[in-house]
Design a protein around this ligand. Structure first.
Ligand code: SF4
Length: 376
């Protein structure tokens, strides 16, 4: 599997908790699309042995692109790269962009999976988050998407929101289930530095949930979606009947991915590159015929630890063969694995190591205990 990620660095407005890379100035959207096309062209030579099974438009808010901008980008990917006939093309979208007209255009262009950023069905929560949509827009978006014939819908929800009671969270989950999507992603609100949210929290104007409340809500998430037939195939991702995100799954399994756009990164299983997270300098570099990137070769320790951390978040766990190709752990490492196994937090077979449902609650801590550190 090889995936192509395209970062669209524009949003209708700045959500109060967000530290992603984007701009709310849309005046140079056309120019940016031209730059993205230039980057696609410049990277094509080094990726011509690959067949791309997924194209993922993330952001930012890709649904702010016009149909002709999106058409241009998809056309260039297909012109410069080898793309599988059954490619999964995902578009992240805001509910208020999901008009029948937009949805019909996206479908015609070959988009076959939508990831809709609902986040909450509570208008009060959406208001302090400074989201551009209301709860009613989310309901319309899902209805419109189904009417247009999208049958791969992923809905995003957030928990750990200020003042969120267990009853409210349960009601939100039941609303998501009632919409009957194939896929649900649920993320805990985190307070990122330099956001309006962190300012309010530091000034005592907003109180975020405690770790205990977050854990309770996480457990409710897993049990409520589980009872409705959604399989937790990654810590924050749930799918019915195997409707996994092919793009994210290949990333979690350590596949190669091409990253295009400001702040995007790519990985070819040896080297990783990071694009500049600044729209103006990203475009200037490309105009000067230069890739706007920094490259790093991952050490075996970095590769081992990243593969372990990402793999343990998934239901498949991590392949021992893949891991031990990077480094051979000592006896102490196997002792720690065994201790977690005895506590019923981890299971291992000849081929694999995976966390149990209980272990997934502690995934980051367990992964950190199993990291290998280079001796200095
Ligand atoms: S729409 Fe998404 S990327 Fe844009 S500001 Fe809001 S959370 Fe951030």
């Amino acid at each position: 599997m090889t995936g192509c990620y395209i970062h669209i660095p524009f949003c209708a407005r700045k959500c109060s908790y967000c530290d992603f890379h984007f701009s709310t100035n849309h005046s140079y959207q056309d120019k940016m699309v031209n730059s993205l096309c230039m980057e696609l062209e410049m990277r094509a030579k080094t990726w011509n042995a690959e067949i791309f099974q997924t194209i993922y438009f993330g952001g930012g808010t890709p649904s702010v692109l016009t149909a002709s901008q999106l058409e241009k980008l998809i056309g260039k990917v297909k012109a410069y790269y080898r793309v599988d006939d059954s490619v999964e093309i995902t578009l992240e979208c805001n509910p208020d962009d999901c008009s029948l007209e937009n949805l019909e255009n996206w479908k015609k262009l070959g988009v076959n999976r939508l990831s809709i950023g609902i986040q909450s069905f509570n208008d009060e929560q959406l208001k302090w988050m400074n989201r551009s949509h209301k709860a009613a827009d989310s309901l319309n978006a899902v209805q419109n998407a189904k009417q247009v014939g999208f049958d791969e819908l992923s809905l995003d929800l957030m928990y750990g929101l200020p003042n969120m009671t267990p009853e409210e969270w349960k009601a939100q989950l039941l609303q998501i289930i009632a919409l009957n999507p194939e896929h649900v992603s649920a993320y805990c609100l985190t307070v990122e530095q330099k956001t309006a949210l962190s300012k309010w929290v530091n000034e005592g104007k907003l109180v975020v949930s405690t770790n205990e409340q977050q854990s309770e809500q996480f457990e409710m998430l897993v049990s409520t979606l589980g009872a409705a037939g959604y399989e937790q195939y990654e810590i924050s991702n749930f799918a019915r009947n195997g409707h996994y995100s092919a793009h994210n799954t290949s990333y979690w399994k350590g596949a190669k991915y091409l990253g295009i756009g400001p702040s995007a990164h790519g990985y070819d299983q040896v080297e990783r590159y990071w694009n500049q997270a600044n729209n103006k300098s990203y475009m200037a570099d490309l105009e000067n015929g230069k890739l706007p990137e920094t490259r790093e070769i991952l050490s075996s320790f970095d590769q081992f630890n990243e593969t372990l951390m990402i793999g343990l978040r998934t239901k498949w766990g991590v392949s021992k063969q893949q891991l031990f190709k990077m480094l051979s752990p000592d006896e102490e490492w196997f002792k720690i694995v065994k201790e977690y196994e005895d506590k019923n937090l981890l299971v291992q077979t000849e081929e694999n190591i995976a966390l149990t449902a209980k272990g997934r609650l502690l995934a980051d801590g367990i992964a950190a205990d199993l990291f290998l550190i280079a001796s200095s």
